[in-house]
Write a protein that binds this ligand. Structure first.
Ligand SMILES: [Zn+2]
Length: 142
C-alpha cells in the first residue's frame, strides 16, 4: 500500500497538486493541523479513518513494524476481521510540509477508497480528485 519505491509511483505521487495557497504549502506540519486536514479528506471521501502519528502505537496495534522510510501507511485490519474504522499512520519525520501532508493524505485516502487501483494512473487521478474536493471545501469566503 505504501511502497513508492517504483520511480513511476514516486513521480505520480510528486505530481499530486495541493490546493493550499502557495504561502501555506511550505509551512510545517503540526498534529492539530494534520488532524483537521485529515477530517476534510475523510469528509470528501466519505471514508472515516483514525489518524495515527505515534508510529510505535501504530506498530503495536497493527502487529507490523512501521518501516521508517515510509511516509504514510494505512491498516485495514486482518482480512477476516476488517476494522470498522481503519488506521492511517503519517510519519511526521518524513512528512514535514503541509504540501507533503496533503499528498500523503490524498494518497492514503485513495488506498482506502479504491484499494484495487494500486498505484495505477487511475489511482493518482482519484487522489488528485480528493485534493481538488478538499480545495473546494476550504475556499476562503470572498
Ligand atoms: Zn501507495
Amino acid at each position: 500500500m505504501t511502497d513508492r519505491a517504483h520511480p513511476v509511483t514516486e513521480q505520480r505521487h510528486a505530481e499530486l497538486r495541493s490546493p493550499l495557497p502557495e504561502h501555506e504549502r511550505d509551512l510545517p506540519v503540526d498534529v492539530s493541523w494534520l488532524r483537521q486536514r485529515a477530517k476534510l479528506f475523510a469528509a470528501v471521501s466519505e471514508r472515516n479513518f483514525h489518524l495515527v502519528t505515534d508510529l510505535v502505537a501504530y506498530a503495536s496495534i497493527s502487529g507490523m513494524p512501521y518501516l521508517s522510510h515510509y511516509a504514510a501507511q494505512v491498516y485495514l485490519g486482518p482480512k477476516t476481521a476488517r476494522l470498522k474504522v481503519p488506521l492511517m499512520a503519517i510519519n511526521l519525520k518524513l512528512v514535514t510540509t503541509r504540501e507533503e501532508a496533503d499528498r500523503a493524505l490524498a494518497h492514503e485516502t485513495m488506498h482506502l477508497v479504491v484499494p484495487s487501483y494500486g498505484h495505477k494512473a487511475a489511482a493518482f487521478a482519484r487522489a488528485q480528485l480528493l485534493l481538488d474536493q478538499v480545495g473546494q471545501l476550504t475556499i476562503a469566503p470572498a
